[in-house]
Design a protein. Structure first.
Lengths: 467, 467
């Protein structure tokens, strides 16, 4: 089934044009004024068509913990997260659905889910997320979050030898898990890709990174990881390697045009050209970086150095939403306070390109996704410009990026299929989803995190904070 | 007509309680479990009741320019704003309606409108805004934006003598305008207050500040102004006074518990105790400060020094929305990156208090507004906790502040009157408003700002930026 979107506004180099856009199967097949109508005809008047955005870093199951963790830095926040992590594959399925729905309703058509695995049910976790993404019809990049070193390595260890948690898999078992997931689920043409995605240098051995590189070469998998989200991670990298984490990832061969790296807040000046030379992508998660006090990632410097930058929401417990338009707004204006020269600031049009083509580039799919181009995949979003939040009429992209649009996604197509029509998700029943989320949760009145209590004094000492 | 809100969740010191809340006339008259039903009965189950927030600084008519001004700093942005400013009182009326509706739908029940006056139609501008606020029923603090020095004084003048624009009123005529507005419209009990509100030290003479102090004493008016929003304003204050703008405002006698000051980004350490001692309020406008690259206001330092802080959206052309929940979210988490000690960070509960009681305190109305207290004015907001953006259930205030709630305001009362019921504005027709905003606007395809072009080279030179 194809579509003809008639008389729709699309951005041109400096301005806008009114055109018809035709979709056939999974592709954009024509963009021109007054095409002959074919397939389903959509009235595009008073609407803006853009390429779908990529939610380039999230952890879907954190949806169960959103709103509940107090404002504390990553290392303490992680302790609280682990204490309250969901433990049933059915919860994974529901939060993946919720993450996908919120992403779609805020302009995203792809999601990179750095998914936290339930100890002992790792394969079931991956299967539950894949099931959700297949049902909802978002383009999903499922990146199982793996590590093979103790949780305590998240802080500098200062010569001690923390014990491994019983539930962490060995390096070999971890790599086997990913290989199995690839064999079972990896099918990019059908919209599901498996990524190799070590947590980050602070919790992963060289053997794990090397195994991931092998798998990614064998199966053509994209690569993902966290990178230097916090000052503590920078300290730990120096302690572990004696030099920067970026240099070490380069030495291991993990960097490259298929590699996207979440956060990149605490890089040195010398690290930046390494990302540029290797064609690696930075995924900027502005709301998480603020919420956790991680810092201001030097995004303007990355862009000036030619590093590709994409946007992510990060998990719902560090945001605490999956609204991609909010991440794009804050992620593009936040850096204005870091450079008096406004010629370096990110314009709304640049922000749209980062969110779409930048996201596609981070997945080494810029030839397939990320722009309104004949022959590319039909991953598109049609915005209704008549909503109060986008009025009065001025510059549509300015309103969309700088404003706070709500309920403005009128249609969204993934792989040529309309997953949102008339403002509603077509593939899953959102009322049922809400009911399930309601039934399986309760108002947290008070909570205490034993793990946080166990590490807080050490954290404060490392960060040179009064006890 | 009164209301009984049954079985509703309200915050207690550390937790939540389920109670009934009774409103009569303009007041909260009872808060207790299982009250005898009186008046209209509202089912409060699965809902959260909070005091209404104060949108403590905005410029309503900027709604006409939202989305259209590129990312540039305040001084250049102002030039673009002036070039495209609305010029008809009917536009003022419509954008005041729009500002009120967006504020109400995001938890605000009061708005401080530092309203830009149409040259030559100053009185008509004020009248149009007052008409809108009376109709929509929000509690309005109308603060006509006045100045009596040339626009060029917005930048350091370095000994030159810029000419006065023909359309700027004299100091006396300006004060007469405010006196007339007070006589005609100032009626706090009915929900309309007039404030004295010089633009700021950079564009106002001492005589204007002194005249405003006299008026405020004569009529018990609240005081408002911008304060040190940008580095350029700090430079200009040093040039104009030879010392800090805060010291000068103290010397003039403008500070005090009825004075709220928007932005306060570029204060010195020594300025902070002056704000605390005088009981003045800082209005934090985080989205505007980011959008214009003004800087990170030292909000954590203000709070530690005992300075009251409230939140504002600022005008829609520097935000570009009037969603108060967004300003509260970003304004409370933004400062986590300025202090490694998370014990100083703003919790969701503290953010709610800043937005409600902090806003009321900034208007010297903490005895009347800003908390769920028997005897206080019934300015209340009832949030529907069953919306997807607030699920799954965890901590209601955490979800509301840290998440991205949309369409969650179920009821809002101002002065005991329900201005939102069942999620819809009861007082004005929002569909008609949208149609008017649509009819009176057009897609801006390209625009040039002559005024910006005229001052840009000077701006870059002052800021030591390459030409």
């Amino acid at each position: 089934m194809g579509y003809t979107i008639q008389s729709v506004l699309i951005p041109t180099e400096q301005s806008y044009a009114t055109v018809d856009v035709q979709l056939e199967d999974d592709r954009i097949v024509a963009i021109a004024p007054q095409l002959e109508a074919r397939g389903v005809v959509i009235d595009g008047r008073n609407k803006l068509l853009l390429p779908g955005f990529v939610n380039a870093h999230t952890h879907s199951s954190e949806m169960w913990q959103r709103g509940v963790i107090p404002p504390v830095p990553l290392e303490l926040w992680l302790a609280e997260l682990y204490d309250f992590t969901p433990l049933e594959p059915e919860q994974i399925y529901l939060s993946a659905l919720g993450t996908a729905v919120e992403t779609l309703l805020s302009g995203g058509t792809s999601v990179v889910d750095h998914i936290v695995l339930i100890p002992g049910q790792e394969a079931e976790t991956i299967a539950a997320a894949v099931r959700a993404y297949r049902e909802v019809g978002i383009r999903a990049f499922v990146a199982p979050l793996i590590q093979d070193e103790p949780f305590a390595y998240g802080l500098p260890i200062n010569g001690s030898s923390p014990a491994m948690e019983a539930q962490v898999l060995s390096t070999e078992a971890t790599l086997d898990l990913i290989r199995d997931a690839v064999n079972q689920f990896h099918n990019p043409d059908a919209g599901i890709s498996i990524l190799v995605a070590p947590t980050g240098t602070h919790l992963c051995s060289d053997a794990l990174f090397e195994g991931c590189i092998e798998l990614s070469e064998q199966y053509q998998l994209r690569r993902h990881a966290h990178l230097l989200e916090t000052k503590v991670q920078q300290l730990r990298a120096q302690e572990k390697y004696g030099y920067s984490a970026v240099t070490h990832l380069k030495y291991l061969g993990y960097l490259g045009p298929s590699t996207s790296l979440a956060h990149c807040v605490w890089l040195d000046e010398a690290d930046i050209p390494i990302l540029a030379e290797t064609g690696s992508t930075v995924v900027h998660n502005p709301l998480s970086n603020l919420r956790l006090g991680s810092g201001l990632a030097p995004i303007l410097k990355y862009r000036q150095a030619g590093v590709n930058v994409a946007f992510g929401c990060d998990g719902s417990a560090s945001n605490d939403s999956q609204d991609l338009l909010e991440a794009i707004k804050i992620g593009s204006m936040l850096h204005n306070v870091t450079d008096f020269d406004y010629r370096h600031w990110i314009s709304p049009r640049a922000a749209v390109e980062m969110a779409s083509l930048g996201g596609a580039t981070g997945l080494n799919l810029a030839d397939q996704l990320g722009s309104l181009t004949v022959g590319k995949k039909a991953d598109l979003v049609l915005y209704d410009l008549t909503h109060l939040s986008l009025l009065p009429r001025t510059d549509p992209i300015g309103l969309l990026v700088l404003g706070r649009p709500t309920q403005v996604v009128y249609y969204a197509w993934v792989n040529g299929k309309a997953v949102i029509a008339d403002g509603a998700v077509t593939t899953v029943n959102v009322a049922d989803l809400k009911q399930e989320l309601w039934n399986r949760s309760q108002w947290f009145i008070e909570h205490q995190s034993p793990l946080r209590a166990a590490i807080e004094a050490r954290y404060r000492s490392i960060m040179d904070l009064p006890l």
